[in-house]
Design a protein around this ligand. Sequence first.
Ligand SMILES: [Zn+2]
Length: 214
Amino acid sequence: MLFLGHTHVCLLVYETCLILTCIIGDYCLEHYFIVDERSSQINQRKMMWTRALFDNMTHGIVGFFSWAIVINFNLKVNQIVSLLLCFFLALGVDLDHFIEAKSTDIKDAINLPRRPPFHKSTIIPLVSGTATLFGCLFDSNILKIFSLLFTTAWLSHHIRDATRRGLWFPPIGSTPLIPYKLYLCLIMLIPLGIRTIYSLTIDCKNHFNNNGIV
Ligand SMILES: [Zn+2]
């Protein structure tokens, strides 16, 4: 630890938090938040809500730490807004269960005949590509950052879901289920890849601007 700079220590802390969130979240969902078919309808619904909210929070926290890695979060107040945005974007994906079910009943939302629309992984390159294109056309850093933030939030959600249902690329089809260890590796590596893009395209520009170079 003595030989690590502040940036590397932060990175290590966020990566550790990220993998622990996944492991603890998945473990609790598998072992504690189980719907007992023999219990009353009210208790079943209560457990379904608890399970859905816990799963959602896990998605949100995964998004939060993934973005903390991308931007190298160092407790600056202006970074917290984008961290919260990534948190809510990552957990907001599952709202499509209720949209598809056209109901606020949790039982309808989790017993859908097909996968709901926000779980189409083809949406990610479409949205982030469009934001990047307009970001370049209008020289807007906010749009470029949004493109990376959206990819981080939704991709982390889709990868985590893919251990149960695979990645869905309509109209092409779906991948097989992602093995658990591969999912953990991807969850840890994807923010590092996006961090590299961020540092090359956003940070460099800010650095130059701040120094009056451009
Ligand atoms: Zn989901």
